[in-house]
Design a protein around this ligand. Structure first.
Ligand code: CP3
Length: 357
């Protein structure tokens, strides 16, 4: 493998567990407040304005590519954008997202629309089309959406939650109501991801961030079927799907039944153990603790090398185990990316990971 592999091929091949010259690397939430260039734009526009103005969303999407030289560009948007299009009233405050009228009754669930993304969120699709035109050098574009369970936690709780008390009380007292909501969210997200693929997304990531808050049984009841429904509707032979769950150690094997090509795992689970447990059927993404990027540069490099080594060089995308933290020094993010870039050289200087490919 080697000479002349394009960035697009590297990511697609890693998703499909085909040999690559080195593992690709990008960072969840790679665009955002830890970048001075983001803070400058953000001083002049609200977060929603950034998401809804293709000129600005394209610029913000490209910032981490230019500054860190990551191997993929993720669309700048938010998982709650389609929820707003369904009829949820969405605000972003300094404490995070708020849904001003939480959805808790069957009437409210029935009132939610299943929007046509071309009409309701044209700016998302236009951002992807413009990125496609800007990125002539074949850098892959990652589209994304939230999965039904995680979106339902925001819609029902009204914002970010600690114990998920309201959505769980609904799950265990009126499961049919919650299933109706999850079903509508699944239909919405299916259309939304299909439209992103049509607009030019090369890979899609489904964020079920809070599915790890469920017991293994409840995961099978309230999250897995909807993840599957969405993933099965996508043209995966062309566009691989990545599934992310924060806190997935207890449900990894079940997660592997979602149909996803890549499992994006958090840092609490050892990557080598995850590989043993899922075997070589699936690719893995992750899983550096975002907190490590707040530490010493040498430690960042050490953890990145260990993670690459556990990833085994094939079917691994180097990434964080959750989104990058706003306090992160840019040099540390860059150091993590650089370790993946130097991987072949590291391998030649005695680290035998690539020789296993
Ligand atoms: O990865 C990227 O660079 C693409 C953009 C992206 C954002 N949010 C931008 C954002 C992506 C992929 C997301 C996903 C997202 N959004 C998730 C799933 C992944 C995860 O981190 O768990 C969730 C749960 C959300 C909901 C959300 N949006 C929260 C909880 C918050 C507040 C917390 C925070 O970091 O401020 C947001 C706001 C948000 N989304 C910001 C950004 C850059 C900060 C907004 C600002 O500039 O004020």
């Amino acid at each position: 493998m080697g000479e002349g592999i394009s960035n697009r091929d590297r990511l697609l091949r890693a998703c499909r567990r085909q040999p690559v010259d080195r593992p690709p690397v990008w960072l969840m939430r790679q665009a955002g407040r830890y970048l001075e260039e983001y803070r400058q734009l953000r001083a002049r526009a609200s977060f929603l304005q950034l998401c809804q103005t293709p000129d600005l969303a394209v610029e913000v999407s490209l910032q981490p590519y230019r500054i860190l030289d990551v191997d993929a560009v993720i669309l700048f948007s938010d998982i709650l954008i389609p929820v707003q299009a369904m009829g949820g009233v969405l605000l972003f405050t300094e404490h995070g997202p708020r849904i001003t009228e939480p959805v808790r009754t069957m009437e409210q669930v029935e009132a939610l629309a299943i929007p046509d993304p071309v009409e309701s969120t044209p700016y998302v699709l236009e951002t992807i089309r413009r990125l496609r035109r800007e990125l002539q050098d074949g850098v892959p574009i990652i589209g994304f959406a939230g999965a039904p369970w995680t979106l339902a936690t925001y819609l029902v709780e009204g914002g970010t939650s600690r114990h998920f008390a309201v959505v769980k009380s609904l799950a265990y007292s009126h499961p049919s109501l919650l299933h109706r909501l999850l079903g509508k969210l699944a239909q919405t997200i299916t259309l939304f991801l299909q439209a992103q693929i049509e607009a030019g997304a090369d890979v899609v990531q489904l964020f079920d961030t809070w599915a790890g808050e469920l017991s293994a049984d409840a995961y099978e009841e309230f999250a897995l079927p909807y993840q599957r429904q969405i993933i099965e509707s996508l043209p995966r032979e062309r566009v691989p799907a990545i599934l992310y769950i924060n806190g997935c150690a207890h449900i990894l094997e079940k997660m592997a039944r979602s149909g996803a090509d890549v499992l994006s795992i958090d840092w609490r689970l050892d990557l080598a153990e995850a590989r043993r447990r899922v075997g070589d059927r699936l690719a893995l993404q992750g899983n550096v603790d975002p907190g490590v990027l707040l530490g010493a540069r040498e430690r960042v490099e050490q953890v990145a090398r260990e993670t690459l080594s556990k990833g085994g060089g094939v079917g691994h995308i180097l990434n964080l185990g959750h989104g990058i933290l706003p306090q992160t020094p840019v040099e540390n993010a860059r150091a993590l990316v650089d370790v993946a870039k130097r991987w072949t050289r590291d391998a030649e200087s005695g680290n035998d990971v690539m020789s296993r490919t």
